[in-house]
Design a protein. Structure first.
Length: 285
């Protein structure tokens, strides 16, 4: 089947507790069951996850700000995963049954799957004993949810044999996910946009846990962001879901629209990525 792994290292209390609880519980509802691996130093969270049958690791490598490195987590997950297909998922993401159904449609020997998320305010724990929880949640998403832009990347699905090793990127900070798409494209690994076939829900939250939070832009900036961007080789080595090579639909894989396919091909060229970076910089300003 599939092994899902994640990092959750914020204090397991308040709204964060609700968010992480909802996310982890949703992952345990797949049938057949997925293997789930959690990396955390928080004892309360480790105890909770263990009660759900989740494999837990408390050891992590971190930077000077106490933020875990993704490189160690990806490496450890590859070494310990029981399955050949792995999925890194952010710990604030609720997964639906579409997640595993979509993966079964992929026959490529090597690939990198991701997709856009739905942003939704969720203030309470979801009753997962309710057999209609997913249906009711998706109805709420249709009414009050917002589809995030192509830059928001909250999961990656890939085979254990993916020939990419991550540098020491800090988790939860801009840059590493966009670099991973760039790296896969540079190695001619098919990048597949699963937005049409996978529904994931991002539970909105603030960023007050970091002294370098930019609440307006919904991200952590400062020296950790600067380090991630430097490790990526700069913004010119950072791509988004928009540059995917394929779209996964209910019927299977298809090429993106003509204009999007052109941009996808051009993004392999350094000069075009420079122009793309300038365009995004002007938009941000």
């Amino acid at each position: 089947m599939i092994t899902i792994f994640t990092i959750a290292n914020k204090p397991f209390e308040g709204h964060t507790k609700i968010i992480v609880s909802n996310a982890l519980k949703s992952w345990t509802k797949f049938y057949p069951k997925c293997e789930i691996i959690l990396f955390s130093e928080k004892k309360e969270l480790l105890d909770f996850a263990s009660s759900l049958g989740i494999k837990c690791f408390s050891e992590m490598k971190k930077n000077d700000f106490g933020t875990p490195f993704l490189s160690y987590v990806f490496k450890k997950s590859r070494e310990t995963a029981s399955n050949q297909i792995l999925a890194y998922v952010n710990s604030d993401i609720i997964l639906t049954s579409s997640f595993t159904k979509a993966i079964q449609k992929i026959n490529n020997p090597v690939f990198l799957l991701n997709g856009r998320r739905w942003d939704l305010d969720i203030k309470e724990e979801i009753n997962f004993e309710n057999t209609d929880w997913e249906k009711e949640l998706m109805e709420e998403v249709k009414k009050n949810g917002k589809l995030h832009s192509y830059s928001g990347i909250d999961y990656f699905i890939f085979p254990k044999s993916l020939p990419i090793e991550l540098p020491d990127f800090a988790v939860g900070i801009v840059g590493w996910d966009n670099w991973l798409i760039f790296k896969a494209k540079s190695l001619k690994i098919p990048i597949i946009d699963c937005t049409e076939s996978i529904n994931i829900i991002h539970q909105n939250h603030n960023y007050s846990y970091s002294a370098f939070a930019n609440e307006k832009r919904k991200r952590v900036e400062g020296p950790e962001m600067e380090k991630n961007i430097k490790l990526a080789g700069g913004f010119v080595n950072m791509l988004t879901i928009r540059e995917a090579d394929w779209i996964l639909t209910e019927q299977g894989l298809k090429k993106p629209s003509f204009s999007r396919n052109i941009f996808s091909k051009l993004s392999s060229f350094y000069l075009f990525r420079c122009l793309l970076y300038l365009k995004r910089k002007i938009q941000n300003l």
